[in-house]
Design a protein around this ligand. Sequence first.
Ligand SMILES: Cc1ncc(COP(=O)(O)O)c(C=O)c1O
Length: 402
Amino acid sequence: MAIKLSNRCKLIKPSPTLSLSAKAASMKEAGIDVISFGVGEPDFNTPEYIKVAAHKALDANFTRYTANAGIMELRQAICEKLARDNDLQYAPKEILVSPGAKASILNVLIAVCDGMDQVLMPSPYWVSYPYQTMLANAEPVYIPTEESSSYKINGDSLQAAIVENPCAKVLILNSPSNPTGSVYSREELAAIAEVCVEHNILVISDEIYERLVYDGVKHVSIASISPEIKERCVVVNGVSKAYAMTGWRLGYAAGPAHIIAAAGRVQEHATSCVNSITQKACVTALREEDDSIENMRIEFSSRRDYLYEELVKIPHLTCFKPQGAFYIMPGIKWFLENNTMGIDNADKFCDVLLEKYHVALVSGGSFGMEGTVRFSYANSIANIKEGVKRFATFLDELASSE
Ligand SMILES: Cc1ncc(COP(=O)(O)O)c(C=O)c1O
């Protein structure tokens, strides 16, 4: 008889973005010219100055286990970065370095959540937040948002969610956001912070897309709003997106020492320290940044402009203009309501688009937002041009068929 899986694990579904990438990759292997807007990772190489630092660490045989929380030099470099970019003062004992920001969030959730606890998150949300919450034995609670309010929560909607959910203990906030690209302003964060302080809610502030902001918008960390919210905040960040280092696996959490220490104990028995070479490379990434980082941001900005301009030309499509990250999430409700070609939900829409036009998009249903699809523009401008042309042809076909 097959061994039964745990009830907890039965709740966990595969990551839709990773499954989509796998499907697109197998179509490509079969010789099909697929354009994938699925992946959430920069298509650039890791900058040379970071690779040189990694080579040096390897040549110096820096290859052993390190302190579980990360080497002191790196935790100091992270403290310097938080002071320089975010106006936040932390000491190394308030920093935990983990194998990716994903691991940082899970470690913190496990450190603070018990069985009855609820974890609030604006919807649409990043695909992993609900499952990470369930892995931590807590319950995800979604706060709905709309395109007309830039897919953001505010003090009132947060207050209402807390009143309705008395076991709410944590809010996961992600600005700039995956999947919408919306960015919270200082004023909006101040209103959210006030409610969190009043109800003693811990904010896990996922700032992984901090560096990817456009149109002169400035990223603000909610922890910098006041000392009261900083005491109730864990800032999560990493090198994957800004430094094109997704495969190196390094993220970090900064927060109150007792939470960081507890999250560190979780990590000690789960994964232990991050790869030693990666840690050394990240000291250099953070301290000796060159133009390549800003150049990647500028390139993302022009891709966003191109894709957005093309999408808004398509009749019946609605499109929120993102201010950050590298995603655009247009609304396809009109097409689904017309139910042409039997397509009445975003999953089916994406399946037909992939099969017929060889364009891979992620269905908004995966992010808790039915009636939308997500483009990642971490793709070459040539691919974006061809992909959006095919997408527009598909919508034209849908609009004109009975
Ligand atoms: C919102 C968000 N947070 C965290 C992560 C994880 O980043 P890392 O590669 O550091 O684990 C991602 C990656 O896609 C993300 O989109």
